[in-house]
Unconditional design. Structure first.
Length: 368
């Protein structure tokens, strides 16, 4: 029994020693891990210097045209939110002379979902800027703030990203080697997602455009569609007509995406567009005018009286209209290497306007 007991004791000691030896790290491996930790720990509470080091504003927001090189203080708060749940593990370390490699897994928010949400919000913002009376440009700071709003508005799942870091030893100290892909890896691929020209597919770009138009108020529609310029009349009457047309379009406008065809650089999206039927409006106006011209009031009012009545009838016909029209339109989009850009041609404009140009051509001489 004693001999058997000793054998079990020797086996247990051997097994314990083997496990301890297997789990041991060399001094250099510990130093490499400490260097990696020192680098990645900065992202848990990033400051201005860290953000400037890892995030190029021009890579982050490629659509912005700005000469700003430094990071606005607001973006420090924004990326503190971006890295709020950031964590990492150092999975493996390999040493070779004065070089080392470390396999790292970071856990952070879903960068792909965030990039999609931000890009959609930025496109909507740019379209809205076109309907702004002051025509304000979408600036680099607007991009920062919009990213912050997107982060604040949405909850994103956490995802893991695994990549390799390279380190070099200099004067007994290990340093992470910076390369052009490090920014992208540390952000979970956010920079590459933001630079992907296919991040939003053509049909989504069209949906955002028309969805934004559908949400416009009458003043925004007036500016975006340049309704004030459709009639060459005095400012007061043009403003009244433009407001009435904008109300009509706002009440009727809707769309449905029917089909998409695309290759690498070009796309064609078929859309069914519903808007106010301005041909019906003109028909109603002409019928009312024809009836009025048979009355004694028309004879007594003279040319000036007739002109005023024509204006009144046209405005009333627009305001009281309930008819809408629907047409299918092929919308062309071009991928310029940054994103899919929608081409707003005459057919698209006429579909949104409900044929207003050709309809008003029939009455312009009456009211101008």
């Amino acid at each position: 029994m004693k001999i058997r007991h000793k054998k079990w004791l020797y086996a247990a000691v051997f097994l314990t020693s083997a496990l301890l030896l297997a789990g041991c790290e060399s001094k250099e491996e510990r130093a490499v891990k400490e260097a990696v930790s020192a680098e990645l720990d900065q992202l848990k509470s990033p400051d201005k210097k860290t953000i400037e080091k890892y995030l190029s504003v021009h890579e982050l927001f490629p659509d912005t045209d700005s000469g700003e090189e430094s990071v606005d203080p607001d973006i420090v708060k924004i990326f503190s939110r971006y890295f709020k749940n950031f964590s990492y593990t150092i999975d493996n370390v390999k040493l070779k002379n004065k070089k080392a490699g470390a396999t790292v897994t970071i856990t952070n928010l879903d960068a792909h979902a965030l990039a999609e949400d931000y890009t959609a919000a930025a496109l909507k913002k740019r379209i809205t800027c076109d309907a702004n009376p002051s025509q304000v440009e979408f600036s680099l700071k607007d991009s920062y703030l919009l990213l912050g709003e997107t982060l604040k508005k949405n909850d994103y799942k956490l995802v893991d990203t695994t990549f390799d870091l390279t380190l070099r030893q200099k004067e007994e100290t290990w340093h992470v080697v910076y390369d052009e892909n490090l920014d992208n890896q540390i952000t979970g691929g956010f920079l590459s997602y933001m630079a992907d020209s296919n991040l939003l597919p053509p049909e989504e770009v069209v949906k955002i455009h028309f969805g934004t138009i559908k949400d416009f108020d009458t003043e925004q529609l007036n500016i975006y569609l340049s309704l004030d310029s459709l009639l060459d009349t005095d400012d007061t009457y043009s403003s009244s007509i433009a407001h009435a047309m904008a109300e009509q379009i706002r009440a009727c406008f809707d769309f449905k995406i029917l089909d998409t065809k695309k290759d690498e650089r070009n796309a064609l999206v078929k859309v069914q567009i519903t808007s106010s039927d301005f041909k019906s409006i003109v028909t109603s106006y002409q019928e009312q005018l024809s009836g009025w011209l048979q009355t004694s009031q028309a004879m007594a009012g003279g040319a000036e009286g007739r002109r005023e009545k024509e204006r009144q009838l046209l405005l009333e016909s627009i305001e009281k209209n309930n008819a809408s029209t629907t047409r299918d339109v092929d919308i062309t989009l071009v991928n310029d290497g940054t994103s899919w850009k929608m081409q707003m041609d005459e057919n698209v404009a006429q579909a949104i306007l409900g044929g207003v140009d050709s309809a008003l051509a029939d009455v312009s001489e009456d009211v101008e």
